[in-house]
Ligand binder design. Structure first.
Ligand code: FPP
Length: 249
């Protein structure tokens, strides 16, 4: 094993086949709470703990990029009390994890319509991103007020503007150019997308980027999702044959 090979100590994962980018649709907080006759917010609180566990595990296993769908553009339509609670959980998470991110070489990044977030959350977010910007370990990418279609619209507008101004020739527009104009422009596409709570849909997440991503759906509700299951999903991923549209041979 050379120094660039990921550390998989304590797991039976193949260090040569660690995904470069894992994306997760964290679903089921509300159902977790409902099953226990608790307020939905309690489910989100417990969900925040699962976020901490999975971030820590990605760092241990040396997965380079983790993207978490924390708040969608559609989530603004939830009751005001729930939106406020989610924003406050996010702020608490950023504040409480700052030290751990710094000492563990984690770089925080955000994708989505960050300008729509409340001022105090935005400030904390920018402060944490700035503080961790030179870290070159795990890139923790939080999708906040994120929607895949609005990301694509934003990219189309940016490219159209450059065409109009004469900076881009329409015939030279490639997939790479499109990718570069997305929020994830400097990241590899996800190798693995996990969705918890059993729903079999994409929910407007990373629409362009997941063209060849392996998908894993688990029935586990997000607050119950932990290291053991995550490692078992990575093991399943390592057993898959990725063909990217080609034949297996
Ligand atoms: C989906 O569960 C989850 C969300 C809309 C928010 C995800 C938020 C967290 C995990 C906690 C805060 C995030 C961070 C990064 C600290 P749901 O409410 O749709 O569940 P349901 O489908 O069972 O109702």
């Amino acid at each position: 094993m050379n120094s660039n090979t990921p550390s998989v100590v304590g797991t039976d994962l193949n260090p040569e086949k660690i995904p470069a980018h894992v994306a997760i649709i964290m679903d089921g907080n509300g159902r977790w709470a409902k099953k226990r006759l608790l307020n939905r917010i309690k489910g989100h609180e417990k969900g925040s703990e699962a976020v901490r566990t999975i971030v820590r595990t990605c760092r241990e296993i040396e997965i380079p990029f983790l993207t978490l769908y924390a708040f969608s553009t559609e989530n603004w339509q939830r009751p005001k009390s729930e939106v406020t609670a989610l924003m406050s959980l996010l702020k608490n998470f950023l504040e409480s994890e700052k030290t751990e991110m710094l000492s563990n070489n984690i770089r925080l990044n955000a994708i989505g319509q960050i300008e729509r977030l409340p001022e105090d959350v935005r400030q904390t977010l920018h402060k944490t991103m700035d503080l961790t910007k030179n870290n070159d370990g795990l890139r923790l990418n939080l999708a906040l007020s994120y929607g895949g279609r609005s990301e694509i619209l934003r990219m189309v507008k940016q490219i159209a503007k450059k065409v109009k101004e004469g900076h881009i020739d329409p015939d030279s527009i490639t997939s790479e150019l499109v990718s570069e104009h997305l929020y994830t422009g400097d990241m590899p596409d996800p190798d693995l997308l996990i969705r918890t709570s059993g729903e079999v849909r994409i929910s407007n997440f990373l629409l362009w980027q997941i063209a060849y991503t392996e998908i894993y759906i688990t029935d586990t509700l997000w607050p119950d999702f932990g290291k053991d299951e995550f490692v078992q999903i990575l093991k399943d991923y390592q057993g898959r044959e990725r063909r990217f549209g080609r034949t297996g041979s």
